[in-house]
Design a protein around this ligand. Structure first.
Ligand code: 13P
Length: 284
């Protein structure tokens, strides 16, 4: 199938009360594993790359590889820019064929976040690309960024309707206690806040920093209104640990095809488990 934008896919998720998995990919192996898992489970799927991956791999390579992978399966595949940090990178990715973008103005003052998001929405919508924005701030490590957070940076429910109306954004990432990267302490999600946000708006809500969050909390987050769930760290760990394990077993290994095949299998299994947990299997 051709790449699609995320509009209908996420609207269906709101209606059906499930979440679509959004997996960060880094190279051909991670990309193929994610699409294969989704294809075999007949699930819509979102592949996403941060600006650092865009600059390391190249937006044209990423887009071409994703198109080839999507053509293999009859499922909707979305190519999404994760944490776009400027208007320029959004333009670059849209030109290369991305079908959805996130513009992350969450660290800006409220009015500046609105101005930047609106500018991206106007451009993206004119060419059929969907836009995700963030209100409040999800903490932790993403790309080379480290965000320190406290409850003051959680999404304030009462300003969400104003933000959505004035930006025209298609989906919204909310800060309710998750963090990017590996968790150190106990994870405590603010479900009351999420429930309140969901009661005020009906657009798809996005959970960032979902690696390491217990299954029971993920299920509860979906129940209270989350429709897109981002997973990056669990993919990175699986990739690296599988390779470490291969070299532990055979220090003289010299053929990347041997260990990269195991990496693909491992990631495919992780993605299948997440698809089951998120409830998006069979929804393609
Ligand atoms: P994790 O690294 O915690 O999985 O978060 C991923 C994410 O939110 C990407 O935007």
């Amino acid at each position: 199938m051709k790449l699609v934008n995320s509009e209908l896919i996420l609207k269906n998720a709101v209606r059906g009360r499930y979440a679509v998995g959004a997996f960060n990919i880094y190279n051909l192996e991670t990309l193929k594993a994610v699409v294969k898992a989704a294809g075999e489970m007949n699930s819509p799927i979102i592949l996403q790359t941060t600006p650092r991956t865009v600059s390391q791999v190249g937006e044209d390579y990423i887009s071409a590889m994703t198109k080839v992978a999507a053509a293999e399966y009859g499922i909707p595949v979305i190519l999404h820019l994760d944490h776009g940090d400027s208007f320029e990178i959004v333009v670059k990715c849209i030109r290369a064929g991305y079908t959805a973008v996130m513009i992350d103005g969450s660290s800006l003052p409220y009015e500046d976040n609105i101005t930047l998001t609106r500018k991206v929405v106007d451009l993206a919508h004119s060419v059929g690309v969907s836009v995700e924005a963030e209100l409040g701030e999800v903490t932790g490590v993403e790309d080379d960024l480290y965000l320190k957070g406290d409850k003051g940076r959680f999404t304030k429910p009462e300003i969400v309707p104003d933000f959505i109306e004035r930006t025209g954004v298609d989906s919204l990432a909310v800060a309710i206690g998750t963090a990017h990267g590996k968790y150190k302490g106990e994870i405590k999600l603010d479900f009351d806040r999420l429930e309140r946000i969901r009661s005020l708006v009906d657009i798809p809500l996005v959970l960032h920093g979902a690696s390491g969050v217990p299954d029971k909390d993920i299920k509860k987050a979906i129940k209270f209104g989350i429709n897109k769930i981002n997973i990056a760290t669990e993919i990175k760990i699986a990739f690296t640990e599988t390779i470490k394990g291969a070299f532990k077993k055979n220090q003289d290994e010299i053929d990347p095809r041997n260990y990269l095949a195991s990496v693909e299998k491992r990631i495919e299994q992780i993605v299948k488990n997440k698809i089951t947990l998120f409830g998006c299997g069979g929804k393609a």
